[in-house]
Design a protein around this ligand. Structure first.
Ligand code: SF4
Length: 754
């Protein structure tokens, strides 16, 4: 729903209008529509194929009511029968569909009915809700016959109920845009480099291009990205800005930046929403999301209007504020936050809200035709994160366990999956092998099992145990990814000793999935301190050909950081043992020369432990702090707390781990770092396959698989040393390969390498 360019117009999709005016009663997620998007599309196509030759599908309709422009696409119209149809695909027992779902469906078809009567000058019309059962492929038709006059009344009644809200939205939007046009920069001045970044983002938003911005630490990237995009919003008629972060800390920084902006412009009516995962927002983790189980789902839609109004009144809708509003109105905070995405100007959340397979914000932006600007923080994480979003994995051991406890109604389906699974990789010799295709019979068996479980869930909403639920979600995701399988992904089987095998649809190149996401936004800006070389990111992520690139000059100077190449040591796997002794002596020498706090980074825990053992034996007087595997938040905080302005010691950590990026140890808290290895991913059968596929796709397999990701980790880790213009420090890059020109050119331009 959005005010369009003309100030007196408010455009609203039929679906969104009805969701606002016709949703009532409980929140209830038990009655699911078709399990996969493809099944939904196929279901609609099957219904259309059963109609007469004159049947019209996807009929575009629109109509006005005062300042409202209501538009949408009706599923189908049969002129011979003078019947307008709204098709809904589903699984299970239709009689279990909650009444309020059907109420909403009737509202939609009646609104379309009015729009059709108006555009075709019809006096009356038959309306039909067509419920198509994916399992049995049967249709259930519910029909009613209404006059154009009654439909008009229905339409006007719903528009009238929405009008007051739309008018306050228009007022909000107009006031917001006036204030944004005059928005002052929230600090006395830009920091060095910050203005360059802000200008590039402003220009890319105005020109509707994507931007990759490599910008060093310490220049204020969060405000430097939000401010110019907000400033450009009124001119570009942006509805919303999505600020997407890889970690909670990134979200917190964005919320702080928006607070700062609001403080510097008190008249700015900016609504800011924080999206958090369900398990972090849920007030009743032991309950299910329907009115019979959870009190906050019961009557959710009846209390939503008051909660919605209270939330926009608050303006700042971070997790805690929204929780309070939700508690005051006895609604679920998680689903309230989803609702508020409709009415917010800036939305702060994880990457997955826009880039995931079924990303909520992407879906909403498409359905409502929002014009959005997207900011992606710490974007060097995007390739790994996107690959995970579009990969799917299943382990046989889970199926085996489930078969023992599964309800009898599901046993046959699970046995079928088990049999097909057993046939997979029969000829496989080694532990790991990749395959050109995912066997159809296996996917078919899995789809049937998913359908069985879906039906079972509808019949037994309270009976899902955690094993069944986990298998269901894994299988559902696997079948979705199998539908989308192509040269962007690998299918591989890894044998797990006596525990059967693991099947993986492994995404290598997320580009085909992400390209539509970039296309749907007015502008997307990816920023990070390490985005070199830019073509690696733009190719792999599928950014548009006209994507701009900027390397923001560092505010730091070469004299702040001494960079030493240690070329007399090889850290190659074969030479590891030989490297231990010279590495421990090197660290001790530097420490004895200038005592203080240091971090030593390794490519693996194994390497870390070997060096640590020798170091402790040879230099017991130097304090040593070790990163352990799987540290929890408290342990990580304790590790970092050792680095104080007055402490002295050496922390051992792994490249790419929690202490190699996103941590801030300014001044004496960290005066140097040692980095052993180029951070190259391990050579193993999976990475070798990835290299092959990257080579076939981009012609540069080794660099795209090993070198660029490795060096990105090295530069991130080294970036811990200089955090402010007052910092001084030293970085040792330990390996003979660091002297190679092609490696040196991947180091930051402001470093002076000795
Ligand atoms: S509080 Fe938790 S269980 Fe209840 S509706 Fe919200 S998310 Fe579902």
């Amino acid at each position: 729903m959005t005010p369009d360019a003309s100030p007196a117009r408010y455009v609203v999709a039929v679906r969104a209008l009805c969701e606002f005016t016709a949703k009532q009663g409980d929140l209830d997620l038990r009655f699911t529509p078709s399990p996969t998007a493809q099944e939904g599309i196929t279901g609609h196509a099957v219904v259309a194929s059963r109609r007469s030759a004159s049947y019209e599908s996807e009929v575009s309709l629109s109509g006005s009511f005062g300042p409202l422009l209501v538009r949408g696409r009706a599923d189908g119209y049969d002129p011979q029968l003078n019947r307008l149809e709204e098709v809904k695909t589903y699984r299970g027992d239709l009689s279990r569909m909650p009444d309020n779902h059907r109420h909403l469906h009737w509202a939609q078809v009646r609104i379309y009915g009015h729009l059709l009567c108006q555009s075709r000058q019809l006096d009356e019309l038959q309306l039909a809700l067509v419920y198509y059962d994916i399992g049995s492929q049967k249709e259930t038709l519910l029909t009613e016959h209404l006059t154009a006059k009654l439909l008009k009344q229905f339409f006007e009644d719903h528009c009238q109920r929405f009008l007051a809200w739309a008018e306050q939205e228009m007022t909000h939007r107009a006031g917001r845009d006036v204030q944004l046009t005059a928005l002052p920069f929230p600090h006395a001045d830009f920091r060095p480099g910050q203005r360059v970044m802000a200008e590039a983002i402003y220009k890319s938003t105005v020109s509707g291009r994507c931007l990759l911005a490599q910008a060093p630490t310490g220049i204020g990237k969060t405000i430097g990205s939000l401010f110019p995009m907000l400033k450009a919003s009124p001119g570009q008629a942006l509805d919303k800005i999505f600020f997407l972060a890889a970690k909670t800390s990134g979200r917190a920084l964005a919320l702080e930046a928006v607070t700062r902006i609001r403080q510097s412009a008190p008249a700015l009516p900016l609504r800011v929403l924080e999206l958090v995962a369900r398990d972090k927002a849920c007030e009743h983790p032991d309950k299910a999301c329907h009115g019979e189980s959870c009190p906050l789902a019961q009557g959710f839609y009846d209390r939503l209007p008051q909660a919605r109004s209270a939330a926009i009144e608050a303006g700042a809708m971070d997790k805690e504020s929204l929780r309070q509003v939700a508690a005051a109105h006895r609604v679920c905070p998680y689903y309230l936050s989803q609702e508020m995405a409709n009415w917010s100007d800036v939305i702060v959340g994880d990457y997955n809200y826009y880039f995931d397979v079924s990303a909520m914000l992407y879906g909403m932006a498409n359905a409502n035709q929002w014009r959005v600007g997207v900011l992606v923080d710490e974007a060097h994480n995007m390739i790994d994160r996107a690959r995970k979003m579009y990969s799917a994995e299943m382990e046989y051991i889970h199926l085996k366990t489930l078969r023992k406890t599964a309800p009898p109604a599901l046993k046959r389906g699970l046995d079928r999956v088990s049999r097909q699974w057993g046939a997979l990789g029969k000829e496989q010799d080694g532990e790991y092998q990749h395959y050109a295709e995912i066997p159809e019979a296996f996917v078919e068996a899995l789809l049937r099992a998913v359908a069985d479980i879906t039906d079972y869930m509808v019949e037994h909403p309270a009976a899902m145990d955690s094993n069944l639920q986990q298998f269901y979600f894994d299988a559902l995701h696997f079948t979705r990814m199998a539908e989308l399988f192509g040269s962007h992904s690998l299918f591989d089987i890894t044998r797990q000793g006596g525990h059967g095998s693991t099947l993986c649809i492994r995404n290598i190149v997320p580009a085909p999935f992400l390209t539509p996401r970039f296309a749907a936004a007015r502008s997307t800006v990816l920023f990070s301190a390490t985005l070199s070389p830019w073509h690696f990111y733009s190719d792999t992520l599928g950014m548009p050909a006209d994507t701009a690139w900027i390397d923001v000059p560092s505010p730091f100077t070469a004299d702040q950081l001494t960079v030493q190449l240690v070329t007399g040591i090889s850290t190659r796997f074969l030479h590891r043992e030989r490297s231990l002794s010279p590495i421990v002596d090197l660290i001790a020498r530097q420490y004895q020369q200038q005592s203080g706090n240091y971090l030593m980074f390794f490519s693996s825990y194994d390497y870390l432990q070997k060096v640590a053992a020798l170091f402790a034996e040879r230099y017991p007087e130097i304090p040593l702090w070790l990163q352990a595997r799987r540290m929890d938040e408290r342990e990580r905080e304790d590790f970092l707390a050792r680095f104080t302005d007055t402490s002295q010691g050496v922390g051992f950590a792994v490249l790419g781990g929690s202490f190699a990026e996103g941590i801030d140890l300014p001044g004496a808290r960290l005066i140097g770092a040692f980095i052993a290895t180029l951070g190259l991913p391990q050579i193993n059968p999976v990475n070798e396959q990835i290299m092959r596929r990257m080579g076939e796709t981009f012609g540069n397999g080794y660099d795209y698989t090993y070198l660029y990701p490795g060096m990105q980790k090295v530069v991130q880790a080294a970036g811990r040393v200089i955090r402010t213009q007052q910092d001084r420090g030293v970085v040792y890059l330990i390996d003979d390969r660091f002297a190679r020109p092609e490696i040196k050119q991947l180091l930051p331009a402001w470093w002076q390498v000795a």
